[in-house]
Design a protein around this ligand. Sequence first.
Ligand code: C5P
Length: 232
Amino acid sequence: MGKDVIIACDFSSAEQTLAFLDRFTGRKPFVKIGMELYYAAGPEIVREIKARGHKIFLDLKLHDIPNTVKKAMAVLSRLDVDICNLHAAGTAEMMRAALEGLTRPDGTRPLLIAVTQLTSTNQEALEQELLIDRPIDEVVMSYAQNAKNAGLDGVVCSPLEAEKVHRLCGEAFLTVTPGVRFADGDKGDQKRVMTPAQAKAIGSDYIVVGRPITAAADPVAAYQRCCDEFIG
Ligand code: C5P
């Protein structure tokens, strides 16, 4: 897989999602299915979108005891998605178990990436609630290194962290980055953002773009603009 734009399909029903995807009559975009849509529409929506020819990043952020995550990942691998994820906070043992579960009998498996620290967690919450007394940046890099050591393929991170992750974990370690906005666009609730062109310049492997495409007057044109800026 190369550089690509992943559309975050943050819809609450299968009907809405399929109506949105119907607009893309040319190139089939890579699609991210998150908890909202998966919990509303179940594995059937994954099968349907896959059958329509899209690649899928199933963003369910698993975090449980290793055995449970292993078994859940085995189920997800049968859905034939392209990327799955989990929380690096579940420990290296959990990440290794996830990889085992994800690997099909023929040795193939979806890519597995880790969430380091959620971008909604700030330094204060880290110290006061999670009792982690280190700079958040250091925690993110340490979790990325743990994910790499456990054999994972990459991390979800802010575009601002992508360069540092690549320096620490190598260029082949994937950085999948949300928080992308057009230079002339609305930031919404995202605080630390980059344009697709900037994300390309700092070496993001995949950008995850939601509202700048899903809420655009012309989503197909907005998607094309992202691809032009990011892939070239
Ligand atoms: O609409 P927007 O472009 O902000 O959507 C970004 C997508 O990436 C959403 O699905 C959001 O949940 C996800 N995401 C994020 N920040 C993270 C992890 C995931 O925005 N740190």
